[in-house]
Design a protein around this ligand. Structure first.
Ligand code: 4AD
Ligand code: MG
Length: 436
């Protein structure tokens, strides 16, 4: 007999079905036993009755444990008083894999277990369908973004994660022993995505792990995260990159509401309201608005988390937008490969996208003129000759180009309004955690 999924039970009323799944709840009374069964599509009340259930199966239920895997032959019947509207009358029950007791972690909806302990036993935690919903949504986010890039002429590439240089200022590198020589774990695919713009693809993207050796203990930083990076050639300026990101996020939010409606409802996620256009404030304008609220920054300073939060609140009030682009960052706080603004060389043609107070994306136009690129490397005390393969990209015909990067983890966290980025990562890595 073929397996029926719990979500399809209503189509099989009064017909015998085979169910397989985990036992979520058990209640044993003398003549009736209630058993809530769960599969990947939902949960369902099943009942065993002394008079109707096979005698061996009926007595077997007494020794059953929560989270055991079982197979049930039974018949779905209408039951208006049950929360599902139906229930399954058990004819026969077979135990496939018995769970030990007690469980090391409480994975019920009532659980108050700390995220760290839940991650220690993550596979038990994700059996909770609300937890699973986060990852089903994350999976859909990745697919919607992938479709968007594909539809816009981008090629999906894979680049090495074992490398020899890092170019993101401020992001530290993990050193690996590579047969006796030092190598690094990639802190971004920056060089490689530019390489394949130069390689004639013009538009490339990658969704892959990014490693940052930062001892940050925050709810939005990890040492390993999933980066979504793209790069596009033949652009006029950084605004063109922002235009693309804007349509990408609008496409994402709209499609997610349709395609993940069930999961979003299960999690009680509040809908995001989209403005007709995401406001774009220069860093200078942002700092003026912040000054009016009593927060002062030096000219070449970056915003701190508090400033990012405050500017988002101001924008939300003024422009009714949860999203805001901050543009033209000080050269002092951005990596050397960004193009400086022609009118003001103290800033770069860069931007960050904030969603409700948190940076979710950074990007810029890149410097593609060899001489200027060399000069900028030196200004940041980097030796261009030590980055031979990077420098070569600008020697044999490189179009003006730009791109951006964001974290799949951070986006999932922020779109779902989760307190901690760890909720959006199956097995997070941070300075304290390398397991499981
Ligand atoms: O701002 P970042 O460091 O920019 C880059 O890596 C550039 N190569 C992007 C570009 O194309 N110009 O990182 C980009 C994004 C951040 O906005 C954030 O969403 C995420 O990556 N991110 C992190 N997520 C989790 N943990 C961390 N430690 C993160 N660092 C950055
Ligand atoms: Mg950034």
């Amino acid at each position: 007999m073929k397996r029926t999924l719990i979500k399809d039970l209503k189509e099989h009323l009064n017909k015998e079905v085979l169910l397989q799944g985990w036992i979520e709840e058990l209640r044993n009374l003398s003549k009736i036993k209630f058993l809530i069964l769960r599969d990947r599509t939902g949960n369902m009340q099943t009942i065993a009755l002394k008079a109707e259930t096979d005698a061996d199966s009926f007595s077997l239920i007494d020794s059953l444990t929560k989270e055991s895997v079982v197979e049930i032959m039974g018949t779905p019947k209408e039951n208006k008083t049950s929360h599902w509207g139906i229930e399954v009358l058990i004819k026969k029950l077979v135990v496939i894999s018995k769970s030990a007791t007690p469980l090391p972690v409480d994975n019920t909806d009532k659980s108050q277990t700390h995220i760290e302990k839940r991650i220690d036993h993550r596979f038990l935690d994700t059996r909770n369908l609300k937890v699973q919903a986060i990852f089903k949504i994350r999976s859909k986010i990745a697919r919607i973004i992938t479709c968007f890039f594909d539809e816009n002429g981008f090629t999906n590439i894979n680049t090495p994660k074992l490398t020899t240089i890092g170019v993101e200022s401020g992001a530290e590198l993990f050193i690996v022993d590579y047969f006796g020589k030092p190598a690094y774990l990639a802190q971004s695919p920056q060089i490689y995505k530019q390489m394949f713009v130069a390689g004639g693809f013009e538009r490339v993207y990658e969704i892959a792990p990014v490693f940052r050796a930062e001892k940050s203990h925050t709810v939005r930083h990890l040492t390993e995260f999933t980066g979504v990076d793209f790069e596009m050639g033949f652009i006029n300026d950084h605004h063109e990159v922002m235009d693309l990101i804007e349509s990408m996020f609008f496409d994402l939010v709209r499609n997610l509401e349709k395609e993940a409606a069930v999961e979003l409802e299960l999690l009680g996620v509040v809908k995001h309201t989209l403005p007709s256009k995401i406001p774009r404030l220069t860093m200078e304008e942002a700092k003026k608005l912040l000054l009016a609220k009593g927060k002062k920054y030096a000219a070449d300073e970056d915003l701190d988390p508090e400033g990012e939060k405050l500017i988002s609140e101001i924008v939300k009030e003024r422009y009714k937008s949860e999203f805001v682009f901050i543009t033209l960052f000080p050269w002092a706080v951005k990596p050397f490969y960004q193009m400086k603004d022609e009118k003001n060389k103290k800033v770069t043609k860069s931007f960050d996208l904030l969603l409700n107070g948190v940076e979710i994306c950074s990007g810029s136009q890149r410097e593609h003129r060899l001489e200027v690129w060399r000069q900028q490397a030196k200004e940041k005390s980097l030796d261009p000759e030590a980055m031979k393969e990077y420098m070569e990209l600008f020697q044999y015909g490189m179009p003006p180009h730009g791109g951006a990067g964001f974290g799949l983890d951070r986006i999932t966290q922020r779109l779902l309004g989760l307190d901690n980025i760890r909720e959006a990562v199956l097995l997070p890595r941070d300075p304290e955690r390398l397991r499981p």
